[in-house]
Write a protein that binds this ligand. Structure first.
Ligand SMILES: CC(C)(COP(=O)(O)OP(=O)(O)OC[C@H]1O[C@@H](n2cnc3c(N)ncnc32)[C@H](O)[C@@H]1OP(=O)(O)O)[C@@H](O)C(=O)NCCC(=O)NCCS
Length: 167
């Protein structure tokens, strides 16, 4: 499998991308590149190796405030002085490539990048805002829903570290 690369407006065919959710398609088409330029978010794409301008899937990373009250009490106590976590702001696979393991591969790639980032600017959790029904996708990989918002899930950096190697 190729590595993910940062979205390049001039190279990647953003208009072709269709994951079935308009908001996620539009983010890639309209926002992702501008937001990266402003250093607000980073968007990584997986290219189709047969046609690198075709995007198989993408994810967007940034930081987010932690809603400590939604975390289990043990984690609230452990991280009481922490305000930010890593955020998988978006993750989507083009429908033409669904069901082939690319979603899983992209999620692990995103977690690997966040784990590496956390070794430099420590943060204890990674959060994801799942689109309707997609929460189960993340639960499969060890994420837990916040107490007060079933579409918002988290995983600790400690758990990511225990299951993913940076090598
Ligand atoms: C959710 C999404 C990223 C999955 O991508 P994919 O490449 O089709 O998924 P994979 O082939 O890697 O599937 C990995 C596993 O997750 C499961 N899965 C896939 N989509 C799922 C969903 N919506 N809910 C629960 N589980 C899901 C698969 O069944 C598979 O499990 P298995 O190995 O036990 O069969 C993709 O369908 C998508 O982009 N959907 C629209 C956007 C979206 O919902 N994004 C996610 C949240 S913002």
């Amino acid at each position: 499998m190729n590595n993910t690369v940062q979205l390049e407006k001039a190279k990647h065919d953003r208009n072709r991308f269709d994951c079935g959710i308009t908001a996620l398609n539009n983010y890639l088409k309209i926002m992702a590149s501008q937001q990266a330029k402003k250093d607000n978010t980073r968007t990584f794409v997986l290219e189709d190796e047969h046609c690198p301008e075709h995007i198989i899937g993408y994810y967007t990373l940034t930081m987010t405030p932690i809603d400590a009250e939604g975390l289990p009490e043990k984690l609230q106590k452990k991280h009481y002085n922490v305000t930010s976590g890593g955020l998988i702001a978006r993750l989507a696979v083009d429908q033409r490539y669904n069901g082939k393991g690319f979603g899983e591969w992209l999620l692990i790639d995103a977690l690997r990048k966040l784990l590496a980032a956390s070794e430099t600017v420590a943060f204890p959790v990674v959060i994801v805002d799942a689109k309707d029904g997609a929460g189960h996708f993340y639960e499969k990989y060890g994420f837990t829903a916040f107490k007060d918002a079933s579409n918002k899930l988290f995983i600790t950096i400690a758990d990511i570290r225990a299951s993913i190697s940076l090598g």
